[in-house]
Design a protein around this ligand. Sequence first.
Ligand code: SF4
Ligand code: SF4
Ligand code: SF4
Length: 823
Amino acid sequence: MKKKSSAGYDVFFAITRYNNIKIAYSHDLYVQPDERKILQMKARVKIDELIGDDIRAHGVELDIGRIIRGWEERPGPTRMPGIGDLREWDHKLLKKYPPHYLPFCDLCCLCTMGKCDLSRGKRGACGIDMAAQQSRIVLLSASIGTATHTGHARHLLERLIETSGRDHHLDIGASVNLEAPNIRLVTGIKPITLGDLEDVLDYCEKEITQLLACCHTGQEGNNIDFESKVFHAGMIDHVAMEAADIAQISSLNFPKGDPEAALVDIGIGCLDPGKPSILVIGHNVAPSVEITDYMRDHGLEDAIDLAGICCTALDLTRYNNQAKIVGPLSHQIRFIRYGGADVIVIDEQCVRTDVVIEAEKVHAPVIATSCKNFQGLPDRTRDTVDSIVGDIISGKSTGAAILDPVKAGEVAVRLATAMFPKRRKFRAIPDEATVAAAAKVCGGCENCRRVCPNDLPLSEAIAAAGKGNLSLLGELYESCIGCTRCEAEGVCAKGLMPHTMILGASRIRMGKEKFRVRCGRGPIQDTEIRAVGGPIVMGEVPGVLGMVGCSNNPGSWKDVGFIAEEFLKRRYIVTTSGCAAMQLGMYTTEDGQGLYEAYPGTFDAGGLVNCGSCVSNAHISGAAIKIASIFARRQLNSNYEEIADYVHNRVGAVGIAWGAMSQKASSIAAGFWRLGIPVIVGPHGAKYRRMLLGRKDHTEDWEVIDARTGERVYAAPTPEHLFAVAETREEAMVLIPKLCMRPSDTTKGRSIKLNHYVDLHRKFFGVMPDDMHLFVRTTADIPVAMKDDIQKALRQTDWKEGDGRIPDPTLLPRLVRRGGGAE
Ligand code: SF4
Ligand code: SF4
Ligand code: SF4
């Protein structure tokens, strides 16, 4: 017997006999012959009744084998690549962009033969040298980041399969036929259902295990091979992020590539102090969904404020537009101390590890919902809601770990209602008079400033506060990242708490902090790629920026918005995600508009595209892959090297992670590097320990192969770097247009890009760039409005007019169409 399941799949039912054993079973092959073929088979067999001479069983389930979905495109050379399969490609990139290491310390203390001094060319007891050790740390960081996204994806997927079913059809929008560019490119799987994503994550988990194994003592010893593995970690990271996001978009009905996704509230002042409130912190949206559902089911949507910090907040607003975003990671301590939360629900990643201590200061209970992050709270998953709520309200316990999201949702809502009248929004922030009085004892020793990662002038501000002027302290509010290092034990001999004093001086403004951010739209539509792919590849859209990462800014959070606005005005496409997306919402233009109100959400010139949370970064890399696949019709299936070669040489994209902080930020960046997309970080990014910098004076590094003829052609340093630190926002803004140049730029495209590069260089540094002559191929490349100035500058160099041929650029000899023997 055969019938369709709810997801439209063929389900077989049968009764059979084997050796006198009667088996009544059904199996679900997930087969739609018109679009898939079975390469290997995986079947879930449910045996309703098993009766034999010596056996009788009911409800037995067996998983057999594996189905790998095939699709119409033939697989390319690297299906589910292992850690060595793309080594050749990685080495090509690393030859162009050799690693420059910035060791934090000269020692290695990873094993018990150490610690070993690796300075001045010395090797450790295991034989490792400084370069390999630094790249091993980079690999560890990227592997942690990848494992974190993959672990998140796995937990989320398990939950979504529980609620929606393994055969739940993936639907991320009618205009998004290429639903999973990273997954299809790397694994060769065209995922149709949630269950298919399990195969994808199986692959990711296997690769992460191998990557971590490479960090063991006496394993990899060559820094370039370590770096290749870093790239591998990054590629896997984007696959896992994509799996997580398309699963939640499909199952939770998030916006599906909608450029007009709703504008939602962001800012501490968006919460109503007259209402109970729940604060969610972290990245896994599952518990927040249950809180929302419980509130909806009990008619409490208007009675309780539900707000979040970090990516859980962004994903929550994709599910529930009424929810509010408090702000990025830097807002965590300040909001807790502000007392705005009557209960705090934490899940995973980027949660302050002192959250329970901070919450106790304002009498707010904490509910932990992830086994990755118990925070020492007792596991009450199996207890009744009444007993958990009762114990917390009575003060018997300060919180609980509840790993059942439905139960955690109910507990959170009931606790918020019960705690609200007891707490009365109790705060741990002093008023202005208390700050001024305390400031009088400051001895001006500058210890607090010395430990501040942003070198904020705390002692001057505190001295002014002691004289009754709190404005200098208030001015530090936007540049303080809330790390609390200035309040650590032993920093201030006078016992002052500089960070708390900043908050005291900013109390009133915190209550008025209100902005709007467009909630995450998810993927870029195929139609958008078709429309804009040509102008991007030819350079007529001057570039695509990916503004991503955390809130570990070197200065004001407004710098992120300042950078974005400049490039939006210049008609670049600005994509964003995570904490960076929030910071863009917290920026106001000169006209008093929010950035998301001033610029459309379309993936087009001048569009500001918020894809969503951290895991939505996969849509940004996915857009670059889609340009190669949809616009240029390059083979996608398991064809990583060719697609990366296309993206590197033609798609003028650059990532900016101005406030990058975490290991996840490093793995996200690594995923862009393997595609050949450059990434710029702010000054704190130097602590990632190495940069990938091109040498523009090495002419031979910048040759590409013209795929039409096989000839080697000098294509200038385009792009010049793969990973670079900018010390100031101005430096970053000059680097961006330069790193958007590509060998394939048409003369019109190169002229547009040069125009922005020269204009921004003159605007911020007052002079023409000294390397401009490298990027002018012929006089046709020179922007008309700058012709005289540029020609004058060119005459002062050894610039020579080129022959005007624009190559069909590639780094891969096998892509030469007429032979040519370029390598
Ligand atoms: S891993 Fe090598 S360098 Fe590090 S402590 Fe052990 S022996 Fe020394
Ligand atoms: S909390 Fe703010 S002021 Fe204090 S050290 Fe950190 S960044 Fe500096
Ligand atoms: S450490 Fe304390 S005493 Fe020294 S400048 Fe800072 S606040 Fe003043």
